[in-house]
Design a binder for this molecule. Structure first.
Ligand SMILES: Cc1cc2nc3c(=O)[nH]c(=O)nc-3n(C[C@H](O)[C@H](O)[C@H](O)COP(=O)(O)OP(=O)(O)OC[C@H]3O[C@@H](n4cnc5c(N)ncnc54)[C@H](O)[C@@H]3O)c2cc1C
Length: 423
């Protein structure tokens, strides 16, 4: 794991106890299911929200679900898919809490169509540092500060979210194999009307093959098959030794993964878990990175600079030889009004890197390219970005800071991350 910190944990079970905890604790940060990659949910005192996890209401006719903030997206799917409903927006893991989804304003493979998670939030309730509880909707400043606000405005207690109607647990998936970055961009543009799209990039490919990918696009099937059951999990039983994951093993994996896909386009029907949540099928997958752990680097670049910026960044990565199995490229639609939400209209790349000598120097060099092209780094994946790089990417940061100061949030709610980048 990276970073490691010893914490004092308080489990949220009822509002009265939370009020006393807030009064008695100097400073803390809410913690959902710990699926954020960085230090945004870490502090010496963490408030564990996952035990606060009752379903409160379900309007089955209109697909409106109300639940406490500790409910996992997987628990929602277990009960709604069979009734013909799905999440409007879901990230690449269902093992996150509703509170965590709002606080990071997560997005999925359909941002270019549906936007972020906050777009499907009808309202939420939140306990503020004063101990008061407020109900909050779009249009309220507290809504814009809290969605994407990384737990720094208060403790989200419950939310009402709107769901998407489906008539199948299956996705009709088309895979497009491209030979370089130019073809990758052309394929994204060609399929931009498909509701879901995501590309796996071979980040060690060089020269004329730079940016080659497998682009997966899809939409829900209409076959009436709603018999959804979560897949059984495989498990990685121990930490891999540190030499197991290196430039050669990543190259071999990338070669095999790309080579086994058919040239041109191919079609198949896959279920929800295979399409949306491939990593959830393997428990403790992080152990392949060994004891030292790993970090994820995710940035986004405005559309007009995405091609040249990605070319520069992929060249730096392949020259460094620091490969990533997971290199995911996505197309994004317009930014929303939230103060710290990550998405903006353009392309984003997410890469997992083993923590090793020279990595942070490489990531600092990549930061320079991101800043040069007007991009930003995703806070929920971040563990190292400097205050300066962060501020250059988020133009509403001053509004957010002021809002926190005015409402006494900066005194009570802090994470290692908020202190590092001085939010
Ligand atoms: C395999 C994998 C794939 C992923 N794919 C995507 C993706 O496609 N898109 C994407 O956007 N993200 C993705 N993520 C990141 C993940 O969706 C977010 O980090 C999410 O916020 C984690 O939720 P959590 O419940 O685990 O919260 P935590 O990781 O525990 O906390 C995340 C943040 O939310 C705050 N928070 C949590 N609960 C509350 C609450 N009740 N009130 C106030 N603040 C709270 C915390 O303080 C912290 O700042 C992925 C993560 C993994 C592991």
């Amino acid at each position: 794991m990276f970073p490691k910190i010893i914490t004092k944990k308080f489990s949220l079970r009822d509002r009265a106890a939370l009020k006393s905890y807030i009064e008695e604790t100097d400073e803390f940060i809410p913690y959902g299911n710990g699926r954020s990659y960085g230090d945004g949910a870490l502090n010496e005192n963490i408030l564990h929200v996952k035990p606060y996890n009752n379903f409160l209401a379900f309007d089955e006719e209109n697909g409106l679900l109300t639940c406490q903030a500790g409910v996992l997206l997987s628990e929602i799917l277990d009960s709604v898919v069979k009734r013909g409903w799905f999440l409007k927006v879901t990230p690449g893991t269902k093992l996150i809490t509703v509170g965590g989804a709002i606080a990071s304003d997560v997005h999925g493979k359909n941002h270019h169509v549906e936007g972020c998670f906050s777009e499907c939030v009808e309202e939420f309730s939140i306990m503020l540092p004063s101990g008061e509880t407020e109900i909050c909707k779009k249009g309220d400043e507290l809504f814009y500060a809290t969605c994407g606000g990384m737990g720094l405005t208060g403790v989200i207690l419950s939310a009402t979210i709107s769901l998407k109607k489906i008539n199948s647990k299956n996705i009709r998936q088309t895979t497009i194999k491209t030979k370089n970055l130019q073809e990758t961009f052309e394929a994204f543009e060609k399929y931009q009307d498909m509701p879901y799209s995501v590309a796996w990039i071979d980040c060690l490919a060089k020269d004329e093959e730079l940016g080659k990918c497998l682009l997966m696009v899809g939409d829900f099937a209409d076959d009436g098959d709603l018999d959804y059951r979560s897949k059984k999990k495989l498990s990685i039983p121990f930490n891999f030794p540190s030499f197991a994951l290196n430039n050669l093993s990543v190259k071999a994996f990338n070669w095999l993964y790309y080579a086994k896909a058919k040239d041109g386009t191919s079609k198949q029907k896959v279920d929800i878990d295979t399409f949306f949540y491939p990593l959830d099928a393997i428990s403790n997958w992080n152990r392949i990175y060994g004891k030292g752990g790993f970090t994820q680097y995710q940035f986004i670049l405005p559309k007009e600079h995405s091609y040249e910026g990605l070319k520069e960044i992929l060249t730096k990565i392949s020259d460094s030889g620091k490969g990533s199995f997971l290199a995911v490229l996505k197309l994004y639609g317009k930014a929303n009004e939230n103060y710290l939400s990550f998405p903006l209209e353009g392309y984003s790349l997410a890469l997992d890197f083993k923590i090793e000598d020279g990595l942070f120097e490489l990531l600092e060099a990549l930061d320079e390219v991101v800043v040069k092209y007007g991009g930003r780094i995703y806070l929920t994946k971040d563990v190292r970005v400097s205050r300066e790089t962060f501020e250059k990417g988020y133009e509403k940061i001053d509004k957010f800071r002021e809002f926190r100061r005015e409402n006494g949030m900066d005194k009570k709610l802090n994470s290692l991350q908020s202190k590092r980048v001085q939010i």
